[in-house]
Design a protein around this ligand. Structure first.
Ligand code: FAD
Ligand code: NAI
Length: 475
């Protein structure tokens, strides 16, 4: 006997669980299916983000940053530390506890909002009279029928054909987040977001880290000036970043991993490491969905094809988050989930793709929203730029962290803010002001005229806005 729902969500990552909650808030009868299983065989909703992504990586970044501060910065404050040690097992256990809290929080939210949760794999069976029939394969097999289906099955790490993940020596984000000891030598392939965050964690804890990046430029998607500043800071910290690297044969032995590669000058090199993290992007999860059973259209990467409103090729079937086009970010997935639930309810859900912020949680942090200077140049958009260094910010000096800057890009004629780029302390928090400003289509002068607390890092944002009009006050 099948169970009937208004909405069946497949996947309980940030896209799926938020869509389920919003649909339930709007009065619909909602089921959410997720297959992620914890080490006790129980459900672990929250997806990549909660289990092996955003949350655990930030927990380890925090622990390793404390260690780094104690090692390198406490002395400036007159704090002497002797006999310091690092218990990696404890650090990883703390991270696991943070993950568990989040898993449990989502199960609580499902109960609170009367979302029916099913633990297992969801897949299409056929179109039904009242929507679509979905099979749940798990400890308790079920058949559900949903008038509307939201596919939110996320993504998985992309591997290299010649170096499959064993999570022992060759690691995806999963293995990278649960190493039992600090590797003496750590290699990473790909200096994207994961490469930089994970490379930073293990470098701070004492690993000798080398990143092999295929592209000739560092962080091509980031504003060039900001990327240059970040590259300088990371190199100074001891991260070895090899750009324009061509990775060849990879040998995985009991002793470690040996990577043959060619540098930008075409010279043959070998990198011998204890562990290798492969962080070269992610692929959408659609293999378990049985998409052909209903004729759901996928693209050549396996992503579900959707329009701007997350409608798929099938009426009543929607898809959100990493499994569709666009940036693979938790907050993008959440916004799409909310918008889809609202559209199903007949409302006008909306996602502004121009104001989705990006944050890289390294030290210095990197955050941005809107267009980069190279994008504006390429499109021929006339713009004005203003920058302000944290070196000239009182709060940054007091914190002892003056790396980086805030950069504004504004329309040359209207002064509307087109992009804000930050590299420096607390960039992840500072970017929120820029997102609000851009959402309200503010001008740089609007920010320049707003009173910002003193002393605060946010004064650098105000000053960068003033810099667009060449009238900084403190620089
Ligand atoms: P997912 O979170 O991948 O969730 C999909 C869920 O669906 C999973 O639980 C999966 O088990 C389940 N599923 C798949 N197929 C089925 C099926 N057939 N049946 C049942 N269940 C199924 N983003 C940020 O914004 N900020 C960050 O700081 C950040 N850090 C990251 C760090 C790392 C190391 C990684 C890997 C990613 C990070 N991301 C971050 C990206 C972020 O995790 C993803 O963008 C986000 O999780 C996407 O959400 P989603 O709901 O689309 O998919
Ligand atoms: P990424 O797309 O950020 O970076 C991949 C890097 O690998 C690129 O620089 C690319 O040029 C390089 N590369 C690709 N193939 C290569 C090869 N064969 N040899 C050498 N270099 C190669 O992907 P990443 O780091 O795996 O992260 C996946 C996604 O997860 C991110 O794009 C992001 O959406 C999300 N994420 C977000 C975080 C955040 O918001 N703070 C943190 C971590 C991940």
């Amino acid at each position: 006997m099948s169970k009937q729902f208004d909405v069946v969500v497949i996947g309980a990552g940030p896209g799926g669980y938020i869509a389920a909650i919003r649909a339930a808030q709007l009065g619909m009868n909602v089921a959410c299916i997720d297959e992620w299983t914890n080490n006790k065989g129980g459900p672990a909703p929250g997806g990549t983000c909660t289990n092996v992504g955003c949350i655990p990586s930030k927990a380890l970044l925090q622990s390793s940053e404390h260690f780094d501060h104690a090692n390198h910065h406490f002395a400036e404050h007159g704090i002497a530390v002797t006999g310091m040690s690092m218990d990696i097992g404890k650090m990883v256990a703390r991270k696991d506890a943070v993950v568990k809290q989040n898993n449990e929080g989502i199960l609580y939210l499902f109960k609170k909002n009367k979302v029916t949760f099913f633990h297992g794999r969801g897949s299409f069976v056929k179109a039904a009279e009242q929507g679509y029939e979905i099979k749940v394969e798990g400890a308790t097999p079920e058949t559900l029928v949903g008038k509307h289906i939201i596919v939110a099955t996320g993504s998985s790490a992309r591997g290299l054909a010649n170096a499959p993940f064993d999570e022992e020596n060759i690691l995806s984000n999963d293995g990278a987040l649960r190493l039992g000891a600090v590797p003496k030598k750590l290699g990473l392939i790909g200096s994207g977001v994961i490469g930089l965050e994970m490379g930073s964690v293990w470098r701070r804890l004492g690993a000798d880290v080398t990143i092999l990046e295929g592209m000739p430029t560092f962080m091509a998607a980031v504003d060039e000036q900001i990327a240059k500043e970040a590259h300088k800071a990371f190199t100074k910290q001891g991260l070895k970043i090899e750009l324009g690297a061509k990775v060849g044969e990879i040998k995985n032995t009991k002793k470690g991993v040996s990577v043959a590669w060619t540098n930008a000058k075409g010279e043959a090199q070998t990198l011998d490491v204890d562990k290798l993290i492969v962080s070269i992007g992610r692929v959408p999860n659609t293999t378990g969905l049985n998409a052909p059973a209903v004729g759901l259209q996928l693209d050549e990467r396996g992503a579900v094809v959707v329009d701007a409103d997350c409608r798929t090729s099938l009426p009543g079937v929607w898809a959100v988050g990493d499994v569709v086009r666009g940036p693979m970010l938790a907050h993008k997935a959440e916004e799409e989930g909310v918008a889809v639930a609202e559209r199903i309810a007949g409302q006008h859900g909306h996602v502004n793709f121009n104001t989705i912020p990006w944050v890289i949680y390294t030290s210095p942090e990197i955050a941005w929203v809107g267009q980069t200077e190279q994008q504006l140049k390429a499109s021929g958009h006339a713009y004005k730029a203003g920058t302000f260094p944290f070196l000239a910010n009182g709060r940054a000096r007091a914190l002892g962290d003056t790396t980086g800057m805030v950069k504004f890009l504004a329309d040359a004629n209207t002064d509307e803010i087109l992009g804000v780029h930050i590299v420096g302390p607390q960039a992840s928090e500072l970017i929120a002001e820029a997102v609000v400003a851009m959402e309200f289509r503010a001008s740089s002068e609007d920010i320049a005229r707003i009173c910002h607390a003193h002393p605060s890092l946010s004064e650098a944002t105000k000053e960068a806005a003033l810099a667009v009009d060449k009238r900084t006050l403190n620089f």
